[in-house]
Every structure is written in C-alpha cells, then in structure tokens.
Design a binder for this molecule. Structure first.
Ligand code: GLY
Length: 379
C-alpha cells in the first residue's frame, strides 16, 4: 500500500491543495444553500425541493473540509444546512430510502467530528425511518414512495444501509444491522449478475420477494450496466464488509470491481453513463468514477497486502483520469468535475435535463477519495 501511495504522493497532495483552494472560494458564495448542478458556472440551489436526495452532498464537502482544516465557516455552513433539513426529517411525507445519503453526510459527519448530541439524535431518527422501510416478507428495503412502488428496490440503497450499521454501533442494538444485512443479501441474490454487472432496479412481489420485473432504471436498457449503479454497489458492499466483516460482502465488492475495471481499461478510466450503451453515445459519468475510486480504496484497505496494489493503483488511475479530463481547477465554474450524467434517459429527471455536466455528488466523492488517500499517506 505505502509503495503505491508514495509513488503518487505529489498527485495526492497537489490535488488536495487544489480542492482546498477551490472550496474555500466557492463556499463563500454557496454558503449553506443546496447545490445540485452548476449552470453558467454557478451551482444552483434546491432549497425549494428540500427532500431531494442530493441536498446534503455539499454539507458532506463542507465536513470533509472542516475535518482537514478546522476552518470555522465550513462547520457553520454545514450545521446550518443540517438544521434546515429538520423540515424534511420531521415533515415525514417526503422521506425515502435516501435518508442514508442525506443524514450520513450531514448529521453523522457532524456527530463524528464535533460530538453534537442533536446531530446524533437526528441520525438515529433517520436510521429508524430507513429501518421501517424494510419489507420483512420480501427481504428488501423499499425504494421510492408512491402507491405503485411498494415492491421496488434499487442498487443505490447499498449506500444507505451504512446508516443502519452505524445506528447499531451507536445503540448497541443489532436490529438495524439485521435489516441492513437482509437487504445486502437480497441484493447479492437478485441484483448482482454472475459476470459482476448489476441491475439498477428490481421489482419484487411484496409478499414473497420473488422478482417481478427488472426495468432499465437510469441505465440504457434492462440488462445493460448503468455505471453509477455499478459504483454504488462496489462502494456499498465494501462498506457493508467494513461494518459486518461478512466475507461474501467483500467478495461481491471485488467481483463487481473486477468487471468495472475490465470495462474501464478499454476506455481510459473515465466511465460512460452505461458500460453497455451504444458505441456512438458520448455520455460520460465522472461521478461514477469518483464513487468507484472510493470503493476501490475501501477494498484495498480490506484485502491482504499482496492484493492491495491492484485496487489502490486502479483507484488512483481513475482519479488521475478524472483530473485530466473532467476537473475544473480555475474559477470558470464552481464545480470540481464536469462530465457527469444523471441518467441515460435524462428526461426522467426534472431539471436534470442536461447531460455531461456537473453533479454535486461527483464533486463530493472526488473530495472524499482524495481525502482518504491523504489520510492513508499520513497513517
Ligand atoms: N438515484 C441515485 C443516483 O442517481 O445515483
């Protein structure tokens, strides 16, 4: 591990320095608003849609920066955003499976960095909401709301269940973990294909848990391979292994990673929107690259020394490719990464109609990946 880190030390340090300089400037304009994508060089603000799943990725960036710098303004803006999210937490009706993303990157990060008790309680409440979305007969955590969606589960939810593992650790109560592992086991059975690719959405019979349908979701077609779904799965299973130490979760993360790395080797390490999209499609998804890199770093930390270089070097290769082709380090745009795509058929996404653009979660996971590497260098 250390040999790979040492060989890339200047890239890691210089990239972190560029992130820090950029976010110090952008945070003074964005402050405690809720950016999703940048338009004409400036991040937008989703405070008119407070339950939108991306609303705390900027909070997460602020906490990453506060953790590294202890600059008070980062903490102040992050805590203000978290308090605004109480409207969603206590409003209840808008809550969905993505409470994991939303409160892990706000309240859990706040609690871990500052010990704020109010933040711990918010995160425990969110974990209770996520637990209550478990369909015990079906064996899965339900995704979206709506009368017709009771049987729907999605691969992204692998990134929400770490909130359950965290809640079990906090409360010394295994109930949350049982629900998280139930969902992860179902995901291995019904989302992960034999070749390491994954489905985005699976619709289950809500009484029996049998598979009813596999729609295309945000990918190209049913049976294709939506790149961000692959990355949610790699990072989600790597985290599930970290929390539970169940070997099948690490094996699954590795299997999906091997499939993704073989696809990326053909494409210069910047993911397309879907690994099976038509050859003439130009859609890229930088956010998937950043998430994959985070997952690969976690795998590298979990495997024996002889295996570590494969995952760590591959993560750095992706981060370097994103730096070279997608990063914006000057002040022409507030985003860190361009070339993100929300969905192959983007008409599904209100206000997210433009492809190959910035996505706040791409920026967040790029910052997280470089931060992880910096911490490993300093270990
Ligand atoms: N629904 C989460 C994503 O777009 O990745």
């Amino acid at each position: 591990m250390q040999a790979v880190l040492q060989a890339n030390e200047s890239f890691i340090q210089e990239t972190w320095d560029k992130i820090e300089s950029k976010v110090k400037v952008t945070s003074e304009r964005i402050k405690d608003s809720m950016p999703y994508t940048s338009r004409n060089g400036q991040y937008d603000d989703w405070q008119d849609t407070m339950d939108w799943w991306t609303n705390t990725f900027w909070t997460g960036i602020l906490w990453q920066m506060y953790g590294a710098t202890k600059q008070e303004s980062f903490k102040r803006y992050a805590q203000s955003m978290e308090a605004k999210m109480d409207e969603v937490l206590y409003g209840y009706d808008g809550l969905h499976h993505d409470v994991g993303f939303m409160w892990l990157l706000s309240s859990v990060m706040n609690y871990e960095l500052t010990g704020d008790e109010k933040a711990r309680k918010r995160a425990m409440l969110a974990a209770n909401v996520l637990s209550a979305r478990a369909n015990i007969s079906g064996g899965y955590i339900r995704a979206w709301n709506g009368e017709d969606n009771a049987g729907w589960a999605i691969i992204d939810c692998m990134m929400n269940i770490p909130l359950l593992f965290w809640a079990s650790e906090q409360s010394k109560d295994a109930r949350f973990t049982h629900i998280g592992t139930m969902h992860a086991d179902k995901t291995i059975n019904d989302f992960v294909r034999a070749d390491g690719s994954v489905n985005h959405i699976v619709i289950f019979n809500e009484q029996t848990g049998e598979v009813v349908d596999i729609p295309r979701g945000q990918g190209y077609v049913s049976g294709s391979s939506w790149a961000r779904g692959q990355s949610w799965a790699i990072y989600g299973f790597a985290q599930a292994y970290h929390w539970t130490q169940k070997p099948e979760y690490l094996h699954t993360a590795k299997r999906i990673a091997h499939y993704v790395l073989s696809c990326l080797a053909l494409r210069g390490y910047v993911p397309p929107c879907d690994y099976r999209q038509p050859a003439d499609s130009k859609l890229l998804d930088s956010s998937s690259g950043a998430i994959t890199a985070c997952g690969l770093i976690e795998i590298a930390k979990a495997v024996p020394e002889a295996e570590q270089a494969l995952y760590l070097q591959s993560a750095i290769q992706i981060l370097r490719a994103l730096d070279e082709t997608c990063a914006v380090w000057d002040d022409s745009d507030e985003c860190i990464l361009t070339n993100g795509t929300a969905a192959f058929h983007s008409g599904n996404f209100e206000r997210a109609e433009v492809d190959n653009k910035s996505l706040i979660y791409g920026d967040y996971y790029y910052v997280e990946a470089i931060s992880k590497l910096k911490q490993l260098l300093q270990a």
